[in-house]
Design a protein around this ligand. Structure first.
Ligand SMILES: [Zn+2]
Length: 437
């Protein structure tokens, strides 16, 4: 069990229901829980094993939750194509050739970038789940992992692969790793496979991670093959529910939005991926108005190409204003809540806010920088604005997951960055040689 960590003298943004903040304040963690949050610098007793983080001039807030994530091996490689063609020609061939070691190092480099950017939880759908679990357990990130299930003739992952992954990896890393059931997307599946995904999730008592209505081509394909839209079909097959995270949902019609709300399904909004791939702009204002719990995700570094969730927040906070000519949409505080509490709620985690008794996932962000200037002392609205519109991942100085400091002064605690980078490069080139064979 980790000892006490005392984060003191920072601007503490708790994101609790009352929107409490302390200027300055302190947060104390013990084991994996928050044991104190309060006004002013910490003045209590200090034990010999206590670790103190001086957060003077910095913001202390809950860790970010990247609600739609894929470990990525091939960032920036042949990514100029539209989604369907890119998947067909590069993504599927590459992930079909993955080996355990390549998946491990791809996960290490992906999680390293995320932790350095203040992301404490990832909802990661990829292959070779036990290797991903090993990487997550070692580097210290909180990870919900799932397979990439498709129909057997499409030769990626099967229902049985995901069942086996659950058996091998669920609960790893002192419980920081969970395994969900993952469905790739409907063009590589059908109604029966959707029903099997729900049956497996029920059998295991776990959640579902699915891509839905990401591109217009996907919706048109479903209408042609099934006479139904993807989210409509997923609803009919019982996939949707409060244990289901649906990614993208760019092309939802009114009935599908109502179904998402009625079933309590959470949505991961991934506006920078949708923009880069030319998929469109999701109907976020309608989703929020319907009462749907919406978090944010970067998707995959192949389709983004950054895992910087501050960038994703900026997209979420600006793109809807742009396309609707309405600057009253997506206020900064709402966007920060999407990236913290809403993501946590989607995964049923006890994280997402700084409150006594909650699980201790928190980050510290530097503000004594030209990029974060000016900053009115004690002004919470100004901090939210900077977090969404001005900040970037490199300003995160400390990342704490489950009460453990996993990154401090921009250095990872449990991984050697130079080794991770070298091994991830090797892994990519090895897998690439196989597909170029
Ligand atoms: Zn995705």
């Amino acid at each position: 069990m980790p000892g006490r960590v005392i984060v003191t003298n920072g601007s503490v943004v708790t994101l609790d229901d009352a929107n409490t903040a302390f200027f300055p304040g302190h947060v104390v963690t013990e084991g994996n829980r928050i044991t104190a949050v309060g006004e002013g610098p910490y003045t209590g007793p200090l034990g010999p094993t206590d670790v103190t983080v001086d957060a003077t001039g910095q913001v202390v807030m809950p860790g970010l939750v990247d609600l739609h994530y894929h470990t990525a091996l091939a960032k920036g490689f042949s990514d100029h194509l539209p989604l369907w063609e890119y998947l067909d020609q590069y993504w599927y061939p590459l992930i079909r050739q993955l080996d355990d070691d390549a998946a491990y190092w791809a996960a290490m480099v992906s999680y390293a970038e995320s932790l350095r950017g203040g992301v404490t939880t990832v909802n990661d759908m990829y292959r070779k789940v036990p290797s991903l679990a090993q990487a997550a357990a070692r580097i210290g990130i909180r990870a919900v992992l799932s397979n990439d299930i498709v129909s057997p003739q499409n030769n990626i992952d099967t229902i049985d692969d995901n069942r086996e992954a659950y058996r091998l990896a669920h609960g790893a890393g002192d419980g920081r790793v969970e395994v969900y059931v993952g469905f790739e997307w409907l063009p590589l599946g059908d109604a029966d496979l959707l029903a099997q995904v729900r049956a497996l999730a029920n059998e295991l008592g776990t959640g579902i991670h699915i891509h839905l209505n990401e591109s217009l081509t996907e919706v048109e394909d479903a209408l042609k093959r099934f006479g139904k839209r993807p989210a409509q079909l997923a609803g009919e097959q019982g996939v949707l529910g409060s244990d289901c995270v649906a990614a993208h949902c760019v092309w939802l019609d009114d009935d599908e939005i109502a179904t998402m709300a009625a079933t309590g399904t959470s949505i991961s909004h991934n506006p920078s991926s949708n923009a880069k791939l030319g998929n469109g702009v999701a109907r976020l204002p309608e989703m929020l108005a319907a009462g749907i719990n919406v978090g944010v995700g970067h998707d995959a570094a192949e389709c983004n190409n950054s895992r910087d969730l501050f960038q994703v927040m900026k997209f979420a906070g600006t793109i809807h204003r742009a396309v609707r000519q309405d600057s009253s949409l997506t206020p900064a505080e709402q966007v920060v809540r999407m990236a913290t509490r809403n993501g946590s709620r989607a995964l049923h985690h006890e994280t997402g806010s700084l409150e006594v008794g909650k699980v201790a996932d928190l980050i510290v962000i530097e503000t004594r920088l030209p990029e974060m200037t000016p900053l009115i002392p004690g002004n919470l609205e100004h901090i939210y604005s900077h977090l969404v519109y001005a900040a970037n991942a490199s300003m995160v100085t400390t990342t704490i997951v489950d009460g453990r400091i996993v990154m401090r002064d921009r250095k990872l605690t449990f991984a050697d960055e130079a080794e991770v980078v070298a091994k991830a490069n090797e892994a990519f080139l090895r897998v690439l040689r196989r597909i170029e064979g």
